[in-house]
Design a protein around this ligand. Sequence first.
Ligand code: 1PW
Length: 215
Amino acid sequence: AGASEQQKFSFQEILDTFKLCLTDSKEVDLQHYVDGWRGLIKFLNCLGSIFGFISKDASSKILILVGHLKGENGSQYATIQSMVKYELEKDLVDVTKRGIHQESGCRTLLRLHRALRWLELFLERLRTSSEEDKTSVMCGEAYNESLSQYHPWVIRKAAGVAFHVLPGRPAFFEVMNVGPPEQVVAMLGEAMPLISEVYDITEKLYAQHNLLDLP
Ligand code: 1PW
């Protein structure tokens, strides 16, 4: 198969992976979380090279988490809950300022968690949008309401440029490769509550342990 064929996938796969994240006891499975992000990165790469700087940062964070999962203490990283417990107990997190634990699972995942909020807001806009709505505007609004507050000016600027060249709604739906627009909307309607739940559980856990501002 050619490179273009290998890249061909459906957005459905991403959402299916995020669905698998929740364990029976409502913990968040880290391996599935990482796999969900892998799918998102693949999708971003389909949107064009301008998204390279975004997918590159997400990829490097995924690699850090995979390193923990595959490391000698990998079993401690089965869920986000077990990761937080383990890293805090063993003092493996820089809590107030950056130090020797810049690659802690907790601070690395926090960055992806914040980005997941952006995704959630963007997909919800996409789900409720009408034909004449612009993806660039929806994406920009979602960003301004969430992730942008954690980014310096130069990244906000670059993100704005990237959003500007997002394909229009019909072409964007094509890239999602789910089917006709009604089917995309239906799929999003089914998936959004699950993504929200993963986000909310993580947010609550991080709040409980005072981890929402990790440097
Ligand atoms: C069209 C759907 C888009 C959803 C994908 C969301 C991907 C979000 C990645 C944004 C990355 C922007 C450039 C990198 C910024 C980093 O400085 C920042 N990373 C994130 C994920 O916000 C903070 O990481 P750092 O510098 O504290 O290690």
